[in-house]
Write a new protein. Structure first.
Lengths: 113, 115
């Protein structure tokens, strides 16, 4: 059974810092991994999708890496801004059980001005 | 391009009432699914559909029904609401999941309270 863990559960940093959010998963047989952002009381916004054959994906100040063999992904946020404050979720689409995403519990990020 | 549209955004029900949460997508996605999000439990799959006329159960299907008569719509029915169904409900869609290489698009959610 696929399990996804995100560490830390919460993170608070001053504006301008570069930061890394971590995601680990137990079954490396995956199709892809997706990072989402969720603002309080809102839906999930897709940030980056990494296929199992890829090592990383970039979008603006965001860079996500994937090490499938070790079951790890990181989301790197450069030059953080207060507007980056949100909960970040990673989700895995496994080859076995491809009908669903398995989510981590999320990292609640606060960027202090 | 509206993406995935969910209605209503908020709803309060009394125990025992029934209701339908609506979900529509305009991206011609074959795959649609419903999740619920609860504090400490994360997001859990309720039901999913891989195309019109085809539905199946997820992790937590009890108390919910679905149908898929068109590609665009995937309503979720609460048969007899219970306080345990108080949650935030998200609808999601994706291109054909068999290829596995597509990401999901989520709706903005329905916040349901059962009293």
């Amino acid at each position: 059974k696929q399990e996804v863990t995100q560490i830390p559960a919460a993170l608070s940093v001053p504006e301008g810092e570069n930061l890394v959010l971590n995601c680990s998963f137990t079954d490396s047989a995956i199709y892809n991994l997706q990072w989402f952002r969720q603002d309080p009381g809102k839906g999930l916004t897709s940030l980056l999708l990494i296929q199992s054959s890829q090592r990383e994906q970039t979008s603006g100040r965001l860079n996500a890496s994937l090490d499938k063999s070790s079951g790890r992904s990181t989301l790197y946020i450069a030059a953080s801004q207060p507007g980056d404050s949100a909960t970040y979720l990673c989700a895995v689409r496994s080859i076995q059980g491809a009908q669903k995403l398995v989510f981590g519990q999320g990292t609640r990020l606060t960027i202090n001005p | 391009n509206a993406g995935v549209t969910q209605t209503p955004k908020f709803q309060v029900l009394k125990t025992g009432q029934s209701m339908t949460l609506q979900c529509a997508q305009d991206m011609n996605h074959e795959y649609m699914s419903w999740y619920r999000q609860d504090p400490g439990m994360g997001l859990r799959l309720i039901h999913y559909s891989v195309g019109a006329g085809i539905t199946d159960q997820g992790e937590v299907p009890n108390g919910y029904n679905v149908s898929r008569s068109t590609t665009e719509d995937f309503p979720l029915r609460l048969l007899s609401a219970a306080p345990s169904q108080t949650s935030v409900y998200f609808c999601a869609s994706s291109l054909f999941f068999g290829a596995g290489n597509y990401g999901y698009t989520f709706g903005s959610g329905t916040r349901l309270t059962v009293v």
